[in-house]
Design a protein around this ligand. Sequence first.
Ligand code: FAD
Ligand code: NA7
Length: 487
Amino acid sequence: GESKYNYDLVVIGGGSGGLAAAKEAVELGAKVAVFDYVTPSPQGTKWGLGGTCVNVGCIPKKLMHQAALLGEAIHEATAFGWKIDEPKAIANDWATLTTAVQNHVKSVNWVTRVELRNKKVEYINANGYFKDSHTVVGIDKNGKEKEVTADKVIIAVGGRPRYPDIPGALEYGITSDDIFSLKRAPGKTLVVGAGYIGLECAGFLNGLGYDATVMVRSIVLRGFDQQMANLVAEEMEQRGVHFVHQAKPKALEKQEDGRLLVHWVDKNGEVHQDVYDTVLFAIGRQALTPQLKLDNAGVKVVPDSLKIDATNEQTNVDNIYAVGDVLHKRPELTPVAIHAGKLLARRLFGNSVEKMDYINVATTVFSPLEYGCVGIGEEQALASHGEENVEVYHAFYKPTEFFIPEKNMSHCYVKVVALKGGDQRILGMHFIGPHAGEVIQGFSAAMKCNITFPQLKATVGIHPTSAEEFTRVFITKSSGMDPTPQS
Ligand code: FAD
Ligand code: NA7
């Protein structure tokens, strides 16, 4: 019948989660509009349709990681007989790299736009906010307002990088929003923050030939298995990334020569100075809820995180939903946002009852030597199940392709955390090595099927691969046996 609203669904935020929900909803016959708007970064960087992942996240990050891996491969190639005239003169050209990366990003923006047009999702390039629970107003770049009404609204606004509250941070610092399109080569770079984004950025910058330092406030990769986290950091350090531990920046100043003078405080409260060409903050992300005028719709946020606590993606307001990074205590990952968005649209418009399962989502840190994992870490397993009920299997291993170029293998490591009793169900799988994302993806399907340790042992490996190490692992930590390869 005739709806009293302009749309069946309005989505605020055209990123991974919002677009997935919008596209699924139109497939199911709904009339849908998507608001997407990018507020420029403090450095003035802006981008097109598609959200964080496509423009300033997963995609450009993976491309720069690949560029760094290729640099590594060029040097290995000589050991395999490739003749390279002057291996020492090999250098990456930042302008060529960023142009190639940005061209790819723009082509994805374009494809996304065409897809929305073909599917008849209305795209409104305006910054949306709530007037009431069924009315969303968008302000476009010229300040013009557009008001629409909708039966249902999905909030999918994601987040943006945070800045520390110190002098000079906003004026002189950059974030992941700026690095992938930076007009000049980054030069000597200080990365503040040791989450996965900080480590990945420092890793590819070092791999591209830039001096990179990570300033760690407390621990590396909070939230991840700490043994794995420390192996990742150790490998980075051996590749030339500098780490300053237990330290915080205090102020940034621009010198006359244009370089940045960073004042920082060590664990004893002593202040030091260092000069960098670039300071990149990767200290976490801020949900974009404050500008939504959520009070007008009655939607509540969690006071500290400013995120939305939404069981089954349903907010505290009947017709308003939320997906993606804006959700409180949910993994901030693109496939999570997409899957939740799709399932939500099917429940709203397709009579589905299938709910999003946020448990055991696999992820990979694209550090120079990658780290992939699914399930829980060792600390968490011991804490939730008790030391006496957990068995940890582990092994260092040697990838076949590492021998000839004499690559460092000392951090190639696999770990399987399992229950000791009963069916020995696996609780977590952890892998450091080449192509970790590719390795862990299949095992995450096995985890989804509740794989047990005997079933993993009954799996025949693929030789010679690094992934097969998971099928060979037999040394328990409790046995005290040496997990380093004996051959
Ligand atoms: P977003 O993709 O952030 O989309 C939200 C959109 O809404 C944006 O376009 C925003 O501008 C817009 N918006 C916000 N407010 C409004 C408003 N009021 N009106 C209109 N539009 C608005 N994830 C992975 O899975 N793998 C990775 O390798 C990975 N790497 C990453 C690397 C970096 C450097 C970063 C920053 C993130 C990375 N992520 C990765 C995380 C991933 O990008 C996010 O989890 C994902 O983009 C979240 O999707 P979303 O739909 O919640 O929000
Ligand atoms: P994370 O994973 O939240 O990591 C932020 C890092 O920055 C972490 O190492 C923090 O150290 C550090 N941090 C936070 N605030 C400061 C200040 N003020 N000064 C110095 N260092 C600081 O963020 P990412 O950007 O890597 O990832 C974004 C999200 O994607 C993340 O929330 C994940 O869930 C997925 P700490 O450990 O707190 O001492």
